[in-house]
Design a protein around this ligand. Structure first.
Ligand code: 5GP
Ligand code: MN
Length: 338
C-alpha cells in the first residue's frame, strides 16, 4: 500500500465511528479471512466494525476466529440494510465491482458511506475514496497483511488475526502453489506463523473435513469429466439432480474444477454447476500459463476474476451451456495450444 493511501486511510478512520466490512457473494476462504483479519486489525487500533457477508458461507470456514459474529445479509436483511445506510466507512474486500455482492449491490449504491476497496481482481470499478487494488497480490489477505505492516503493526498481530490472514492466503494460492505466490507471500506467511497462526491445523480444518457424501459427489464429478486433448481442455458438469442425490451443501464442490488441471497436458479446466433455485449454471474456470480465463469469462459468460481463476454464469440450460462452451473452443485453439 502506498504511503499517501496509508495516510488518507488513517485520516478517514479518525473520524469514522460506524464501520462495515463486506466481501463478495458466496464468500471463499480469502473473502472470510480478509474481512475478519481486517476486523481484528481495526479493533487493534481501537475501531469497532462489523463484518457482513451477502450470503452464507461453507462449513469448512465456520471454525475461523470471529466467524460466529459475522452478519449474514440474506438472513438478517433489515438489520444489515440499516447498518449499510448508517455507515461512515465501508470496506469492500476481495471484489472489484458492487455487482459482485448480489442483492447488497443496491444498498451499496445508495449509502452515503465512504468506501475503501482492498482487492486483487482485475479492472477495479471506481467507487472508492481509497482504492487499494493490486492484481499482483496472491490474495486479499496478503493485502490486508501488507496494510497492517504499512501501519507498523506486523508485530502486534494477534493469533486470531494471523489465523484469518493465513487461511485466505492458503486457499487463494492453492496451498502456495499458484504463480501469484511470491517471496513476499512467503514472508507474510512467516510473520503470521510467528504471530501465532498454526499452519498444519488450519490446513486440516480447511481440507481434511470431507463428509462421506462430499467424496461421493467428487466421484460423480470425476465420472462426468470430459477431456478434450485437442484443446488441452477438460470440463466437468454437475446437474442439480446429481447434487441432490448426495445432500449437496454449500462449498461441497469447491476445488473440484482443479482436478482437470492435474491431467498431463491440460491447461484449461472448467466446471459447470446447475443451480435450479437461481435458474443459472455457475461456472468456474481455471488455467495454467498465459491463457486468460478472466477474459474468457468476461467475453462469454458474464463473469471475470483473475488470469488463471475466474467465474461466470449462464442462463441457458446445462446442456446448452456446454454446447455454447464447446462451440467457442475452436476460436481459442491457437491460444490454448500456444
Ligand atoms: P470461483 O470459480 O472460485 O467461484 O471464482 C474464481 C475467481 O473468480 C475468484 O477470484 C472469484 O472472486 C472470481 N469470480 C467468480 N465468479 C465471478 C463472477 O461472476 N464475476 C467476476 N467478475 N468474478 C468472479
Ligand atoms: Mn481473493
Amino acid at each position: 500500500m502506498k504511503q499517501p493511501d496509508v495516510d488518507r486511510l488513517k485520516e478517514l478512520l479518525n473520524t469514522a465511528d460506524k464501520i462495515v466490512i463486506i466481501p463478495h457473494k458466496n464468500p471463499d476462504g480469502d473473502a472470510i479471512g480478509s474481512t475478519l483479519g481486517l476486523y481484528y486489525f481495526l479493533s487493534l487500533i481501537g475501531k469497532e466494525s462489523k463484518v457482513m457477508v451477502p450470503n452464507d458461507f461453507p462449513k469448512f470456514l465456520k471454525w475461523i476466529p470471529g466467524a460466529k459474529d459475522i452478519l449474514i445479509y440474506e438472513y438478517q436483511t433489515d438489520y444489515c440494510k440499516n447498518l449499510i445506510a448508517a455507515a461512515d466507512v465501508i470496506f469492500t474486500l476481495d471484489f472489484n465491482d458492487f455487482s459482485r455482492t448480489g442483492e447488497v449491490c443496491k444498498d451499496l449504491e445508495n449509502t452515503k458511506a465512504k468506501f475503501v476497496m482492498i482487492d486483487h481482481h482485475q479492472q477495479p470499478s471506481d467507487y472508492a475514496e481509497i482504492t487499494y487494488s493490486d492484481t499482483s497480490m496472491s490474495s486479499t489477505c496478503e493485502m490486508v497483511y501488507t496494510l497492517v505492516d504499512a501501519f507498523g503493526l506486523a508485530e502486534k498481530i494477534t493469533p486470531e488475526m494471523a489465523t484469518c490472514l493465513y487461511t485466505g492466503i492458503l486457499t487463494d494460492t492453492g496451498s502456495f502453489k499458484y504463480r501469484s505466490t511470491t517471496s513476499k507471500t512467503h514472508r507474510a506467511i512467516a510473520q503470521l506463523i510467528d504471530q501465532g497462526a498454526q499452519g498444519t491445523l488450519i490446513s486440516q480444518q480447511i481440507y481434511d473435513n470431507n463428509s462421506p457424501s462430499r467424496l461421493k459427489l467428487l466421484g460423480i464429478a470425476l465420472n462426468n469429466l470430459v477431456i478434450m486433448p485437442e484443446y488441452r481442455t477438460a470440463f466437468i458438469t454437475m446437474s442439480q439432480a446429481e447434487l441432490d442425490t448426495h445432500n449437496y451443501a454449500k462449498g461441497d464442490t469447491e476445488g473440484f474444477v482443479n482436478y482437470g488441471l492435474t491431467l498431463e497436458g491440460i491447461i484449461f479446466a472448467v466446471i459447470f454447476i446447475e443451480n435450479k433455485e437461481e435458474g443459472i449454471i455457475k461456472i468456474s474456470f481455471r488455467s495454467v500459463g498465459d491463457f486468460s480465463v478472466n477474459k474468457f469469462a468476461r467475453n462469454h459468460f458474464n463473469g471475470g476474476g483473475h488470469d488463471n481463476a475466474a467465474g461466470g454464469r449462464s442462463e441457458l440450460s446445462l446442456e446448452q451451456t456446454v454446447e455454447k462452451f464447446k462451440a467457442l473452443l475452436p476460436e481459442y485453439k491457437t491460444d490454448l495450444l500456444a
